[in-house]
Design a protein around this ligand. Structure first.
Ligand code: FE2
Length: 392
């Protein structure tokens, strides 16, 4: 057996890769060992920034020898522990907020914005989800009450990309979904604050004004020279299958799958977000509301998939346990969805914080989940808890 290092350009289908020898800085860690089974897999490695690989040459001459095939587009990445990914996810999240701010500034002042930065950022977001989706999903739960606009778009980007990954879509499409989430509500900055942040129901006139945010945003995206397909998805995020959405009252057959996904995720994040005038609702309650609304408005099959994607107790949500303690869901347990891995941190007896402790409900049968709760039920300062006990 001999082992040699070759440039990615020399890599061919059938070769057996032992490890990645060189990767451009800042790119993702991927599963390296395996046989290259298709041109698409090579293309994917190049796209991930791999420049040199180590191959085993005698395995190359014997294509039936050892190892699993290297898949073309899925499961390339090795998951990293959530604690490690959180370091990067937190930085990414802050970077995302800054990019959103700059985009809003540009649309407000009528200046053209180069799409390179947000596009690259969308790729980086998906890279983090590939390494460990739980890190960014946790980040979506940190809410500064006065920056709803910024956080909402970023969260929609993250949740939408996560949904796309769940559906097994191609990496490139997942990145575009992330991008469309970031861009979907930019037009809102042109809407009067009194309407945008009005706690109660909007009057007919106010609603007509509010509806304009879609076209304001679309106009800006054309100036940014965003791909027409992506602009179409964004333009559809308030359209509904029954034709009663806005701005174009499109009927179901004219709304793309991506536009339908965007509509679901947009509503979900809006319902679960804390606002200055109201606390966000639990994921379960939000999904129930979407279900009620889904019959004629949201795509029911996609909504079912989204519910499966989020799980009964999504990562980042709060649960009350049978021992009167509140815990944060840290990791889903695919085989036992009612028994995730949680971090216990608050006692409802006496209402006080506890030294955080990780409990795997799948292996600890002394305690179980009573119900989903939200931080405001107990006056819990969730940001403080995140800063002190979750973020690295
Ligand atoms: Fe919107």
């Amino acid at each position: 057996m001999s082992v040699i290092t070759i440039g990615i350009e020399q890599l061919e289908v059938g070769m057996y890769v032992l490890e990645i020898a060189e990767q451009r800085a800042g790119t993702v860690h991927i599963k390296s060992r395996g046989r290259v089974t298709s041109e698409a897999a090579i293309k994917e490695l190049k796209r991930k920034g791999i420049t040199r690989v180590v191959i085993e040459t005698d395995v190359e001459s014997n294509p039936t020898a050892g190892g699993q095939p290297l898949p073309a587009n899925q499961h390339l990445e090795t998951a990293v522990p959530v604690e490690r990914e959180l370091v990067r996810a937190e930085k990414l999240y802050q970077q995302g907020i800054k990019i959103q701010k700059n985009l809003y500034k540009a649309i407000q002042s009528g200046t053209v914005f180069d799409d390179y930065v947000p596009r690259e950022f969308s790729t980086a977001l998906v890279g983090s989800l590939d390494r460990n989706p739980d890190a960014l999903l946790l980040m979506t739960k940190i809410r500064e009450k006065d920056s709803y606009l910024l956080e909402h778009s970023l969260n929609v980007g993250i949740l939408l990309a996560n949904f796309g990954r769940f559906l097994g879509l191609e990496e490139q499409e997942v990145e575009q979904l992330a991008y469309s989430g970031l861009l979907h509500d930019l037009g809102k900055i042109k809407i009067d604050d009194a309407i945008l942040h009005k706690p109660g129901r909007l009057t007919t006139e106010e609603m007509e004004e509010m509806k304009k945010h879609v076209n304001y945003g679309v106009e800006f995206l054309h100036q940014m020279k965003i791909a027409p397909s992506l602009i179409k998805w964004v333009s559809e995020h308030h359209e509904r299958l029954d034709g009663l959405g806005y701005p174009a009252q499109l009927k179901a057959e004219d709304i793309t799958q991506q536009g339908r996904m965007l509509a679901i995720v947009d509503m979900y994040d809006a319902l679960t977000a804390d606002r200055c005038y109201k606390a966000g609702m639990s994921s379960q309650k939000a999904l129930q509301i979407l279900l009620k609304d889904s019959k004629n408005k949201l795509d029911p099959a996609l909504l079912q998939q989204f519910i499966r994607c989020m799980g009964i107790y999504p990562v980042g949500s709060l649960v009350e346990l049978s021992n009167s303690k509140v815990a944060l869901v840290m990791k889903q347990n695919e085989k036992q969805p009612l028994k995730p891995l949680v971090r216990v941190f608050y006692s409802t007896v006496g209402n006080h914080y506890l030294t955080p402790k990780e409990v795997n409900l799948a292996t600890d049968d002394r305690v179980k989940i009573e119900k989903a709760v939200v931080a405001s039920d107990y006056g819990i300062d969730i940001n403080r808890f995140f800063n002190e006990s979750v973020l690295p």
